[in-house]
Design a protein around this ligand. Structure first.
Ligand SMILES: [Zn+2]
Length: 192
């Protein structure tokens, strides 16, 4: 676009999630951390979080992050009560959607990590719709999970638009979170 930070393309939902997963894995290569990290491109999210259900069953993660597009509200005809997020103000930390209420321990850990590293973020919620976290968090005995999303205009159209900085900040945030995680930290997050 005229503003080179604004990227317009079809199917950002959810190619941007795949890009985040790939970039997180690339940036963690060579970093010292004790975790096994899986990036999954799931199928059939839109029709019932189905691929997330089977892949989370296969992996049995200790902790999970759904990466997806979120709704951007900074456009004509949409009020702040309808959608609060603005392009360029940072990835969204989802408090709740129709598929889950986010895990408070994971949320606090992610927010603290963002603040420590000066990574911008925005809180958001969606009474309708969900993300793969909705299936991940119900796996086995339960998986502490959180959705981190990139605010996007016109999702589910052929011309969706997002801000490059929000995408890069989402990657950085998840990388910093994973670098801080280990078995004890996950235990603390899960049971405290
Ligand atoms: Zn969608």
């Amino acid at each position: 676009m005229n503003n080179e930070k604004l990227l317009l393309a079809k199917a950002w939902d959810n190619r941007i999630g795949c890009a985040i997963a790939i970039d997180v894995l690339k940036q963690l290569q060579g970093e010292d951390h004790p975790n096994e990290v899986y990036g999954v491109g799931t199928v059939q999210e839109e029709v019932g979080l189905r691929g997330a259900r089977t892949s989370a069953h296969a992996i049995k993660p200790d902790i999970g992050f759904g990466v997806d597009v979120g709704i951007a509200g900074d456009m004509p005809g949409v009020s702040d009560k309808d959608a609060a997020a603005k392009l360029g103000d940072g990835p969204q930390v989802i408090l709740y959607d129709a598929s889950m209420i986010s895990h408070k321990g994971v949320r606090d850990f992610v927010v603290n990590t963002a603040e420590e590293n000066d990574i911008p973020f925005q809180y958001d919620s969606m009474a309708g719709g969900g993300t793969d976290s909705g299936a991940i968090h119900l796996t086995a005995n339960g998986v502490p999970s959180l959705s981190i999303t990139v605010p996007t205009r016109y999702i589910h159209s052929h011309a969706a638009m997002l801000h490059r900085d929000d995408y890069e900040h989402a990657v950085k945030l998840i990388v910093e979170v994973i670098k801080k995680l280990d078995a004890d930290t996950v235990e603390n997050i899960t049971f405290n």
